[in-house]
Design a protein around this ligand. Structure first.
Ligand code: GUN
Length: 294
């Protein structure tokens, strides 16, 4: 057996093309162009790349893009002032503050200063609570992308045992809520979990979101399982060149799993596509328009 590749790149491209049409329709029917403000503090090279690609993708989808680049010595008060302005700006429907923030700034206070209706990352405590109680809110982008990829390949998730390795607020915890909502039986695993390989072997859906290159070995995977690899790790190969690998030992997993997301080209491209979707959703809901009607 050889696992089917879950092609996130193609899926994300289709999602973005569909969104472009919906953005055009929203402009024609309501005169609204959704706007996304992305805030970057400091000069972290990886964050700069992410922010640039988020802005570029926004423009390609027909959204307005507002980039705010602040120096590394920006104070928390200065950042909170900017967020006040963005919250009050009607042209801004989505606000994303790129993480991590410099150490002197309390990320929790910053996230909680974002208007929950514009919180396209889904990190505000209000959105965390709405997700946990099954109410409509804004859902974090990477978990949302994972769920869409799973639903594209599996007709019903009900009753399946999902094991999620990694308990981050950005991926593991919100994905657990989404999969619970989809009627999976969900087990959260983490660095203190006992006998992780044995637990993983019980998973119909195995999600790795830990940031450790190729930690999940082929022997941990139940034959026929679906494997979602959220990890994006830069490693130096034997020939000295840099390459990207996931949290799953891909070559070992392929003969055992039924389906697997590759790295790159799996979950990664879905994150930006879902960010654009969330911006569209926020623009509609802020004006009492049902986004599903557009
Ligand atoms: N840094 C790494 N991932 C993310 C994300 O999903 N959102 C934000 N705001 N920052 C990040």
């Amino acid at each position: 057996m050889s696992a089917a590749l879950i092609d996130g790149k193609t899926y994300a491209t289709a999602l973005r093309q569909r969104l472009r049409k919906r953005v055009d329709q929203l402009r024609a029917s309501h005169g609204i162009v959704p706007g996304l403000a992305v805030v970057l503090v400091g000069e972290d090279p990886a964050s700069q790349v992410y922010v640039r690609s988020k802005s570029k993708a926004s423009l390609e989808a027909g959204l307005n893009s507002f980039e705010h680049k602040l120096p590394a010595d920006t104070t928390e008060d200065e950042l909170l002032d900017l967020l006040d302005q963005l919250n009050a700006d009607d042209a801004v429907d989505g606000i994303l503050v790129q993480l991590p923030l410099p150490k002197a700034i309390d990320a929790g206070a910053v996230i909680d200063a974002i208007d929950p209706d514009k919180d396209v990352d889904g990190f505000h405590l209000i959105n965390v609570g709405l997700l946990a109680t099954g109410e409509p809110g804004l859902v974090p982008c990477t978990p949302m992308g994972c769920e869409l990829l799973l639903r594209a390949g599996v007709p019903s998730l009900a009753g399946l045992h999902a094991v999620i390795i990694g308990r981050s607020n950005i991926v593991g915890k919100p994905l657990a809520q989404l999969l619970l909502r989809a009627d999976c039986t969900v087990t959260m695993a983490h660095s203190k979990t006992r006998d992780l390989p044995a637990l993983c072997q019980t998973a119909d859906i195995l999600v790795a979101a830990v940031g450790k290159p190729e930690m999940v070995r082929g022997a941990w995977i139940k034959p026929g399982a679906i494997v979602i690899d959220v990890g994006i790790n830069r490693v130096v190969g034997k020939d000295g060149t840099m390459r990207l690998v996931g949290d799953v030992a891909f070559a070992e997993a392929v003969p055992i799993a039924a389906a697997i997301t590759p790295v790159p080209g799996g979950v990664g491209p879905m994150t930006i596509a879902c960010l654009l979707e969330n911006t569209f959703t926020a623009a509609c809901r802020r004006r009492d328009i049902d986004p599903d009607t557009i």
